[in-house]
Design a protein around this ligand. Structure first.
Ligand SMILES: *Cc1c(COP(=O)(O)O)cnc(C)c1O
Length: 432
């Protein structure tokens, strides 16, 4: 970044500071990851200059012959990763991918049944502060109090009662896998569309370590920057048979359209303008990486680290929602430790351990305070940490959580955090 340093030292220095921050802390936010330099190079390329509204071969602008090939590469690689029939790689983010899903399948006022935000759901699944909750009639299902897990009978009862037009699956803080077949049976029973938002788990699904929703959901949305470890962005997919089981689309203006065509138009011109071709190129690069054997080993390690860390927390009498984890994250209910999520996040931050406070199911505190923290392993697994390190991190976190006001403890933990960071330097990893 020589040019940037010369031309705009103010911005350059802040980027340097942020890079140092990433390098010198243990990043445990479950939705974050570190992309490869190759992905970053594609994002920082000349492609940012190009307007390419439309789809490959059907653009509204000239000069698209190379970006067409790039977007096709991204689409083809994503299809292989998920065994998909159709994909759209243009959504700027997970939230805009979801906006296209709503625009395609619901009309304002229609009923959606989604996972409660405080039980691990996402804002875009019907929260009253999000367009989804403002525009549509959002109803929610939650986890069972005893087990912290979804109970398909409870969900079926709720679906039968409210008769939603669409059921959403997917979460930002649910440590277990989903039974997509059971969800599809419920959707069929009540005549609802089934939508899976795999934003968090896309990398684990691509490597077949978690169930693949594509054979069951009518549409799947995702981000590309969480476990999938690509550039910040979104994507939409349809599985091999989903289009057939969806039936015909009632023609709005004469010609009968496929759902995939409607989803394409819901992305552009429905909710977006020009696609970010530099990000789409970076998606192609990341999907190429995800098709390598190393990526499977990485995702296996993500889960193995998550389980090792969860086991250590349980040994130290921590209360994990659902009693553990099957994926890349765990949700710690801190009520038996006498500290709020907010205070724990703040104290851990002082030791350069980055986590986020998080509501736990049946939380009695507000979203600004919360009773829990969410911890994820994808980012630090990318840096090369293994089971032993993650067990040690659980111990370090315990030291902070049980001594939040003791500066001497915090500073000792911070020293060990920095030592660990030095052993696993950022951007010295992954060669795929
Ligand atoms: C992260 C996330 C999103 C939103 O992705 P953005 O790229 O931040 O817009 C949507 N749904 C779920 C389930 C998520 O976890």
């Amino acid at each position: 970044m020589k040019r940037l340093k010369e031309q705009d030292p103010e911005v350059f220095n802040l980027i340097e500071k942020e890079t140092d921050r990433q390098n010198n802390g243990l990043e445990l936010i479950a939705s974050e990851n570190f992309v490869t330099k190759a992905v970053m190079e594609a994002m920082g390329s000349t492609l940012t200059n190009k307007y390419a509204e439309g789809l490959p071969g059907k653009r509204y602008y000239g000069g698209c012959k190379y970006v067409d090939i790039i977007e096709d590469l991204a689409r083809d690689r994503a299809k292989i990763l998920y065994n998909a029939d159709w994909v759209n790689v243009q959504p700027h983010s997970g939230a805009t991918a979801n906006a296209a899903v709503y625009l395609t399948f619901l009309k304002p006022g229609d009923t959606l049944l989604g996972l409660d935000l405080s039980h691990g759901g996402h804002l875009t699944h019907g929260s009253p502060v999000n367009f989804s909750g403002i525009t549509y009639n959002a109803e929610f299902y939650g986890v069972e109090k005893e087990t912290g897990r979804l109970d398909m009978n409870m969900i079926r009862d709720k679906a039968k009662k409210i008769k939603p037009k669409m059921i959403s699956i997917g979460a930002s803080a649910y440590p277990r896998d989903f039974d997509y077949e059971a969800f599809r049976n419920i959707a069929d029973e009540v005549g609802a569309f089934l939508w899976m938002d795999m934003a968090h788990t896309a990398g684990l699904i691509a490597t077949k370590l978690l169930n693949n929703p594509l054979p069951y959901a009518h549409v799947v949305s995702t981000t590309t920057h969480k476990t999938l470890r690509g550039p910040r962005g979104g994507m939409l997919l349809i599985g091999r048979d989903s289009e057939n089981t969806l039936g015909k689309v009632a023609p709005k203006s004469g010609r009968v359209k496929n759902w995939s065509e409607l989803l394409d138009s819901a992305v552009f011109p429905g909710t977006q303008g020009g696609p970010l071709m530099h990000v789409i190129a970076a998606k192609a690069v990341a999907f190429g990486e995800a098709l390598q054997k190393d990526f499977v080993r990485y995702q296996e390690q993500v889960i193995s680290n998550s389980k090792a860390m969860a086991a250590r927390f349980l040994e130290m009498d921590y209360d994990l929602v659902s009693g553990g984890t099957d994926n890349h994250l765990m949700l710690v209910d801190l009520r038996n430790k006498g500290i709020t999520g907010k205070d724990a996040e703040e104290a851990l931050g002082r030791a350069d351990l980055t986590v986020n406070k998080n509501m736990v199911p049946f939380d009695d505190k507000s979203p600004f305070v919360t009773s829990g923290i969410r911890i994820g392993t994808p980012a630090m697994t990318t840096r090369g940490l293994g089971n032993e390190e993650f067990r040690r991190i659980a111990e370090l976190m315990d030291l902070v959580i049980t001594n939040p006001g003791q500066e001497s403890v915090i500073s000792k933990v911070r020293d060990e955090v920095h030592e660990m960071c030095e052993r696993y330097p950022l951007y010295d990893f992954v060669t795929v």
